[in-house]
Design a protein around this ligand. Structure first.
Ligand code: HEM
Length: 544
């Protein structure tokens, strides 16, 4: 008899088979009395596995009907870890087609339940529920995963006077206030954006293009062939790093651009609490960047060149709270990732589509000419006016919709709670499945899976629908969204004003680059490995 017939035996005898000996007896009878270990061990294992599987995915859902269903998996504890890391998007799609569109369901990642929200209603409730799904608790957990010491975490969660978002204020709220103060008011945003814009403007000239992005130099007058992906990575990351931390940080950490870029692709593994043993590289990169910031802070603040007011205030506030230098380094790391993750990938997709469509590039060139020519007196508030750059704004919004990765926001459940009618237990985690929401045909129409550059020009109301969540929502709504647009606009304006983006002569036309859909990224998808968009940048006579 094979193990596949075990369930019929189990239904006959299982109520008594609660001890190992009884199972052993049962198996022995099934095997005709054979006690041979080599046969018994795998048979026992298979039998126990079948019992576990039947209980977990057939019987227990009947007992726990008020909890979201869990997508079946084969290896206890480990669950969907491998498929989630390798291709989170496909896993979510398969699970959604198993349970039905818009349903809340769970996957199992290394011993933890991770619930996935695929409906607009669920997303609204996610951002509204600021107690059981407290964002601050998520931030504290993120800091812990980024390397903050237990003493540092305790200090950050210490109560202070006053209330915020319906709860008592804690020390970390003072830091969040610094983000908001510096990035929400247009005067402060101007102060933050101006050195970043200046860096971008200076870097995007024929003679100063970063050499990492140049593929074939060619004679000077003819132009240069560049990788658009590397150009965005080099220019935007360097602009942000020097704009925020001044020149000293890159002197201490010359490889910080490439390190940040790699960390950006992997840091979700820290947030998902994947153990160091399974993902050593991401922990090593994290520690390397912490060492850089530690050394950076050895330079007295007054002696650092061109430090931005935001970073100055963040560091000073953390010192005043009594955080150790190593714990403040964790804050710098968090800010490095928050300010850099997403933006260069999003900017790449904007440029790749402009390079593909000369008509659209001409319209955007006309809109943005003023920005490129007045880079030093550039006003973010002007650029952000909705009717100021209509074609570029529509293209940006479509990039954020179409290339939005499988997930954006995540939370850890702080207390048992009822969510969209289902009970969630404390300790589980939740993710918003952005790409599912942003590709829903019922909202976006039959062309939801196509890239339509003027979609938001055609239907501006789409920027406000609950299915559109590139910057999250509620109290955790991204403070950097305006800065991100301004940086992208500056790159686009300078490139289009100074260059024509032409097809590379002698290089066969290749397919349009594809996004790397597999990673469970929090934010915008990067380009698939090996894909890129090469263009020939030919100087324009009218460009400045
Ligand atoms: C295309 C670029 C960007 C995208 C798609 C993006 C996306 C997001 C999302 C989805 C959230 C919500 C997270 C949650 O609810 O769990 C968020 C929060 C946040 N983002 Fe961004 N972001 C971008 C650029 C930036 C930049 C450039 C900065 C900083 C300069 C920044 C700083 C922050 C901060 C500090 C938060 C936490 C909320 C707060 O304290 O304000 N982001 N972002």
């Amino acid at each position: 008899m094979t193990v596949t017939s075990f369930p019929s035996i189990a239904s006959r005898t299982f109520p008594q088979a609660h001890s190992i000996e009884m199972i052993s007896e049962l198996l022995s009878s099934v095997l005709g009395g054979s006690q041979h270990l080599l046969i018994l061990l795998p048979t026992w294992t298979a039998a126990l596995w079948i019992l576990w599987y039947c209980w977990k995915f057939i019987l227990s859902p009947h007992f726990y009907k008020d909890e979201p269903p869990i997508y079946p998996y084969y290896i206890p504890f480990i669950g969907h870890l491998r498929s989630f890391i390798q291709d989170a998007g496909s896993l979510v799609k398969k699970a959604e087609s198993c349970f039905g569109e818009g349903k809340l369901f769970g996957v199992q990642i290394a011993g933890k339940k991770l619930y996935i929200i695929t409906s607009a209603e669920g997303t609204k409730e996610f951002y509204r529920n600021t107690t059981a799904l407290d964002f601050t608790a998520f931030q504290l957990d993120t800091l812990k995963q980024f390397g903050m010491s237990p003493a540092g975490c305790k200090l950050m969660s210490k109560h202070i006077q006053g209330r915020t978002n319906g709860r008592d204020r804690i020390n970390i709220d003072l830091i969040v206030d610094v983000h908001h103060r510096n990035l929400h008011s247009s005067a402060n945003l101007g102060q933050i954006a101006s050195p970043v814009a200046e860096y971008i403007s200076n870097a995007l000239r024929l003679e100063t293009l970063p050499e990492q992005c140049i593929r074939f130099p060619g004679p000077r007058t003819e132009g240069k062939v560049v990788s658009l992906y590397t150009l965005c990575e080099e220019v935007i990351l360097r602009a942000n790093i020097t704009g925020f931390w001044g020149n000293d940080l890159l002197d201490i950490a010359p490889d910080l651009v490439s390190t940040t870029s790699t960390l950006d692709r992997r840091f979700h593994n820290l947030l998902l609490r994947i153990p160091r043993l399974l993902e050593p590289e991401v922990y090593n990169l994290r520690d390397k960047v912490l060492d850089y910031f530690d050394r950076y802070m050895d330079i007295p603040m007054k002696a650092r060149t061109s430090l931005s007011p935001l970073i100055k205030e963040l560091e000073q506030t953390s010192r005043d709270l009594g955080l150790s230098q190593r714990d403040i380094a964790v804050y710098h790391l968090a800010w490095l990732l928050a300010s850099n993750n997403n933006i260069h990938a999003a900017c790449f997709w904007v440029l790749a589509h402009l390079a593909e469509s000369p008509d659209l590039a001409n319209k955007v060139r006309e809109e943005t000419a003023g920005i490129a020519r007045n880079a030093l007196s550039f006003s973010p508030a002007e650029a952000l006016k909705d009717n100021q750059l209509p074609c570029l704004m529509a293209l940006w919004r479509e990039v954020l919709r179409f290339y939005g990765g499988p997930h954006t926001s995540g939370r850890h459940v702080q207390e048992d709670t009822v969510f969209t009618g289902k009970r969630l237990r404390r300790g589980a985690s939740l993710l918003v499945a952005t790409s599912t929401l942003q590709r829903d045909k019922a909202v976006w129409g039959a062309d939801a899976d196509e890239f339509v550059p003027n979609r938001f020009l055609r239907s501006p109301y789409l920027a406000k629908v609950a299915n559109y969540r590139p910057f999250g929502g509620g109290i955790s709504h991204c403070s950097g969204q305006h800065l991100a647009f301004v940086e992208m606009a500056m790159v686009v304006a300078c490139l289009l004003d100074r260059f024509d983006m032409q097809i590379v002569p002698g290089v066969e036309e290749t397919a349009f680059p594809q996004p790397f859909k597999a990673a469970p990224l929090l934010g915008i998808m990067h380009v698939r490995e090996g894909d890129d968009k090469l263009v020939m940048l030919v100087p324009r006579l009218t460009g400045r």
